[in-house]
Design a protein. Structure first.
Ligand code: KDG
Ligand code: MG
Length: 402
């Protein structure tokens, strides 16, 4: 089999998505998600200008060799743009292999390790009581694991909380929105939220929280320690992860489980975290972490250190990535949990998938490959629109992590 052509489909059904479609001389094609929120065209150009010309004529069966061709062969290794492009190629090649062998992806990477995939939802409210109510509603919908974020008195714009009466979507079709932040207010507020959640909803639901890279190690240590009585499933991104050693302090001071990695893009971003057992869950998604081939290595290394996966799954990762993630979650032994933020219904006009939510779990079908397709005619109805994630400043104007 030979690769004869590859197209990039950039569309915006409610939000931007970049999809790579690789065609073979035997009529089989494969899809890969290449969406990097707020930097979509950078990945599309990298693929178009540098990767696709080198793909033509290659045998799509040689996934490992092609991965290294683009990783080692580029000389300029790693980085989110490059790794998202490599991830998209890798996903598309696994999709082709599954279709060629007429078997679902999970079968190619170990078969079924479980029957269904535990997912967590997003609950948020303008204040503690509203968040507590939303968590209750999601428990009634069947979720066993729920991420809780709430508005904070004195902070106008809080990560993970939608002010408008519509689903949370941080990327906006305007120049970056500037938010203002004060960590001290957040640290004082958060334990009150989780105290109330346990009072009202008891011990059963798995509760998660995303600190979204906002704390220093000592602030994160205080937070993780004060949250201990409420037994979180995980505290996510307690510190910014560029300095892996920053997690040491948090670990020394608390037994709250820690998750990190949604902005990582290679195994080298988390080797210290794994070998020193500084985390409990690794969140690098397939779309930004080097694809299925690289994540298999990350998951294998994680398993040695009792670390489980908890793939990023926000709505800026397309249904192609979600399908690949669910197959992966199904196959590996050290799967932990999958983030699940349902896409807006309009997204289903463009992408057709066979996964579905059932009583707190995702279930996948047995279509060959990733089991997801794209309707290119429908995609054309939703042209790309430039959008940015917000930026964040401290109250005095200093630039801060978002
Ligand atoms: O594009 C950025 C979002 O994907 C991110 O802010 C979402 O932190 C996130 C999460 O945990 O889903
Ligand atoms: Mg996050």
């Amino acid at each position: 089999m030979k690769i004869i052509k590859a197209d990039i489909i950039v569309c915006s059904p409610g939000r931007n998505f970049v999809t790579l479609k690789i065609y073979t001389d035997q009529g089989i094609y494969g899809l890969g998600d290449a969406t990097l929120n707020g930097r979509e065209k950078a990945v599309a150009t990298y693929l178009e200008e540098y990767c696709i010309p080198c793909l033509i004529g290659k045998d799509p069966a040689n996934i490992e060799d092609i991965w290294h061709y683009f990783y080692r062969g580029a000389y300029w290794k790693r980085g989110p743009v490059t790794m998202t492009a490599i991830s998209a190629i890798d996903m598309a090649l696994w999709d082709i292999k599954g279709k060629a062998l007429d078997t679902p992806l999970y079968n190619l990477i170990g078969g079924k390790s479980r029957g269904k995939i535990l997912v967590y939802s997003h609950a948020y409210g303008k204040d503690i009581e509203e968040t507590v109510d939303v968590v209750g509603r999601q428990m009634e919908e069947g979720f066993h694991a729920i991420r809780a974020q709430s508005g904070i008195p004195g902070i106008d714009d809080v990560y993970g909380v939608s002010k408008a009466d519509k689903p949370y979507e941080p990327a906006q079709r305007q120049l970056p929105k500037e938010s203002l932040w004060e960590t001290e207010k957040y640290l004082n507020h958060l334990p009150k939220l989780f105290k109330r959640l346990r009072e009202v909803h008891g011990d059963d639901p798995h509760l998660l929280h995303d600190a979204h890279h906002r704390c220093t190690p000592v602030e994160a240590s205080r937070l993780a320690k004060e949250l201990e009585p409420y037994h979180l499933f995980w505290l996510e991104d307690p510190v910014s992860g560029e300095l892996q050693e920053g997690l040491r302090l948090v670990r020394q001071h608390s037994v709250t489980p820690l998750a990190i990695g949604e902005v990582f893009n290679s195994i080298y971003d988390c080797t210290t975290l794994m070998t020193e057992q500084l985390i409990d869950y690794i969140r690098m998604p397939i779309v930004h972490g080097g694809g299925i081939s690289h994540l298999l290595k990350v998951a294998a290394m994680a398993s040695i250190y009792h670390i489980k996966t908890g793939f990023h799954g926000a709505t800026d990762l397309s249904p192609v990535n979600l399908a690949a993630s669910l197959h992966f979650d199904m196959a590996i032994n050290n799967f932990g949990i999958q983030e699940y933020m349902p896409h807006q219904p309009v997204v289903n006009e463009v992408f057709q998938s066979d996964y579905y939510f059932d009583k707190g779990y995702m279930v996948i079908g047995d279509r060959p490959g990733l089991g997801v397709d794209i309707d290119e005619k429908a995609a054309k109805k939703f042209p790309y629109q430039r959008a940015y994630l917000p930026v964040n400043r401290k109250m005095d104007g200093t630039m801060f992590h978002w």
